[in-house]
Design a protein around this ligand. Sequence first.
Ligand code: KIV
Length: 266
Amino acid sequence: MRKKITIPDILQMKKEARRITVLTAYDYPYARLVDGGGVDIILVGDSVGVVVAGHDTTLPVTMDEMLYHVRAVKRAAPKALVVADMPFMSYQTGIEDACRNCGRMIKDGGAEAIKIEGGTNMSHVIRAISAIDIPVMGHIGLTPQSIHRMGGYKVQGRKDQAERIFEDAMAVQAAGAFAIVLEGIPAKLAADISAELSIPTIGIGAGPSCDGQVLVIHDILGLCEKYSPKFVKRYAELAPVISEAVKCYVAEVRAGEFPTEEHSFS
Ligand code: KIV
């Protein structure tokens, strides 16, 4: 039987060169399917703000919204490690705020680790959170909470930026993170970072050489019809399936074909 995944298991997987699988989930039914499908880590991403709440960016997501989603996921995930994303402005305002908010995610949300965006600039925060035994997953490269600085969702770390991204990775590891997401950086840079770090790298748009991969569940299921980034592989096309089911329901109710006796109480 599959055992519960812990932080030491994730570290061991890097040592044994076993690929780490990560998917996002934001609610009970999806988390049940993702956990049952055998992923190692469920990330309750602040991407919830875009793919579930319909915002253009992750910036409006609040602590209370994240806590609601983390609790729902946790109830559905007996095996995967549950990592909660820290929303914008929940950890950037100082170490005390960061510790308090990360603590809430563990204590009130039931998460087993948290993720924060930032490299060298956030290493003091990662150090403080790790020091109170809250496992931290770092996140560098294309960091969606920095959208205004980056001027859009653009690949980071090309040419003369590469060294800065490499240094960010080193700083996140030195500060005590147990893993690090590398998002939207050239595959070669991600390979170099993965070879250098002793903690696992989890790639998204960072090529095949990372120690693990993460994608947004709505993207791989073909539920985000508007836009599909180059790094996404769609493993299903659920949007037309759902649309068809809704159209059938509407037609049957209008035609008086549903409900029938089969769906009625005597
Ligand atoms: O919010 C999120 O889902 C993420 C992943 C895509 C890495 O940060």
